[in-house]
Write a protein that binds this ligand. Sequence first.
Ligand code: GLC
Length: 823
Amino acid sequence: MDNYTDLSNMIDPELKVSDQNDHIEEEKFLNNPIVTVGPVTKQYLKSVKNYVTDGNRFVFSDGSSKVQISVISDEIIRVRMAPQGTFLADFSYALQEFAHEITSVVIKETPHEYLISTPKVTCSIAKETFLISFLDEKGRVMNEDARPMHYEENVQFGGYYVYCSKVCTDTEDFYAMGDKPTEFNLRGKRLVLWNTDTYAFAKNQDPLYRSIPFYIGLNEGRSYGIFSDNTFKTHYDFAVERKDRTSFWSDGGELNYYYIHGPQMIDVVKRYSHLTGTHAMPPMWALGFHQCRWSYYPDQKVKSIARTFREKKIPCDAIYLDIDYMNGYRCFTWNNTYFPNPKQMLDGLQDIGFKTVVIIDPGIKVDDNYWVFKEGKANNYFCRRCDDYFMEGNVWPGRCQFPDFTNPKVRTWWGGLFKELVETGVDGVWNDMNEPAVFGSGSFPDDVRHNFDHHRGSHRKAHNVYGMQMVRATYEGLSKLQKNKRPFTITRAGYSGVQRYSSVWTGDNVASWEHLKLANIMCQRLSISGISFCGTDIGGFTGEPDGELFTRWIQLGVFTPLMRAHSAGDTREREPWSFGEPYETICRKFIELRYKLLPYLYSAFWQHHKYHLPVVRPVVMLEPEIHINHYREDEFTFGEKILVCPILEAGAVNRKVYLPNGTWYNYWTQQKYKGGKEFVISSPLDSMPIFVKAGSVIPEAPVMQYVGEFEPEVMFLKTWYTDKEATSLLYEDHGDTFAYKQDIYLEKTFRVKGSNGSFTMEQKMEGLYTPRYEKYQHTIYGLPFKVRHIEVDGVEIKRFAIDEQGVLEFSSTKKFKKIEVLA
Ligand code: GLC
């Protein structure tokens, strides 16, 4: 291999000309223009000279630069480029520990290329051009370089700007990338990843709070993903500069990306989650309704809000304390005037079933009489500038210094700071302002130094992971302090992998119909970007919603994994009763629906945690090939079985929905539809179109005012007839402990099957948990025959009821193996 002929003079001459254009266009787009000295210095990889192999890793060289191709699994291939031939230390905050699942890897050499193949994917490296492409098992190109990877020296900071440019075909669309407030399909967008505090962000504003360098390409029904694990400011161009190209480039670090094979979009997301992890099982209460406000104080106000929920019988599990609970906004303190006895208040809230979540920001007030500042200063835990001055900036408390959360010692210290809050009875922690946000300047200057888990770097490298490492420290601290209880955290900033430590919300949105639409899209996008546990400020953070907008937002909120209402301090009151009737009754009805669906949502989280499936799934994921005219970016499935079509227009009393192929039932009316086309569905304010897939078994709980209010005596199983076969899942465990990690859980699979005059349902169970209820209360919808006979495990049951619409009701033991419903 070493004697490979140098063919660099065969590079397409057009390529050299286009270097110039690339450079100009990319530079125009940079927020901080590159300081270039002299002529353009962009260097492209030249022809391959040789390669060496080491197990599943192959390192190709063009004589000076090196490219490492490693096979991570049968479907995931990693590409790294070292401009001067030396790879950086291999370290990632994004990746979790994962198994390398590889069946076999072979490398083959042809006259023009090297081919590295697993049973599913082939990576081709063209000898003359160093162009890299990925092919499926049939040899069809999934993704290919448009230009060789390239780089350019950064004369200001050292290191390189690194670039990758891919071919984009006319039929290719792009998805994922975290929280971007724009159309769901990203084709035609230029995006930047640089965590930014964006109060009252606008549609198309970019960048926002999170950096998720992962996109999914979908081309004629076949999908792949590209995850570029580079924490520097990173730029994406999805066919804007040139219709036939998608590019991404970072302001430093290594070009280091993972090609993730599909071809199903859901498999790309699963595999991305295999790399970066999933949320742990949340405590069940965290899936209930959360009420937040900037800020509820003093303590009497907090108590009265909580009491009103109970008096009005509107279910709610969590109440939040925003920054005013603290003494002068000093983290880990209480304002003694507003909260003279926090323990008593928290106990009182607990007595009526409320969990309390408190905000903690990263800025620590510079105050030599404040214990947190003193400890941080004494131990050298705060960030410093390049010349050793402390990084100081103004946030809520005034002058602040900021812990370096990329230092493992600092994270341990930070985690321990929650001791008193936990002992006082705080149940969850909300990390905000962790982009990090600084008043005036926006964020830290580039020269701030970070430990980066002993891989030192400037803020350019650490900025996008700062918030993630903060919430990681919080999560790990709470895990220790709350003993065998699952921590609940919520964060604003994040980087790929943040889902291992926290839920997220989409930040400071606006009370407008446009933002309701964005909320819907952003949660779908986060969900397919690995962040299933996400939500938006219901009602809009800033501005005033009217009763209709608030109610429609609550309706959407039922189907976002995190359901939290929040509002800014200068707005009118914003609780579910604030708008009077009919809004209050409708909000109650929908929040009750959320509580009924908790066993279903909890099972969807299990499917996320264990099987890496997103909780919210856009319709395009179900039917990647659907005709573009039918595709509605505003619809999604909640879990696997429920199709949600939120109402996003003022005054709407109906809406057009697209039902994917198959049979669907209207959740409210039980009307049956044959999918694959559009329907107009009536949806006055007290309704919203929700459909259930035929063959689904949806577990529902009795309505409670909060999780654990009482021990239910039955589990409701609602089943929708199918004349085919279908399976559904019900997951159960203690709801708040880590026992599930020791297999103390129960995973039930229901298999249903309908045919002429008979409908059967089988149950299989796995795991060691025993729920307390003894019975299932069954409801079966859509049976196409008159029921005469029902058997549970071979024994006829006589007690059943059928209403005029043919809906069947009966009960069975929770342990049944087979139920037969016969004509
Ligand atoms: C930020 C947060 C918001 C919070 C406010 C005060 O704007 O995004 O949710 O209420 O700060 O802490």
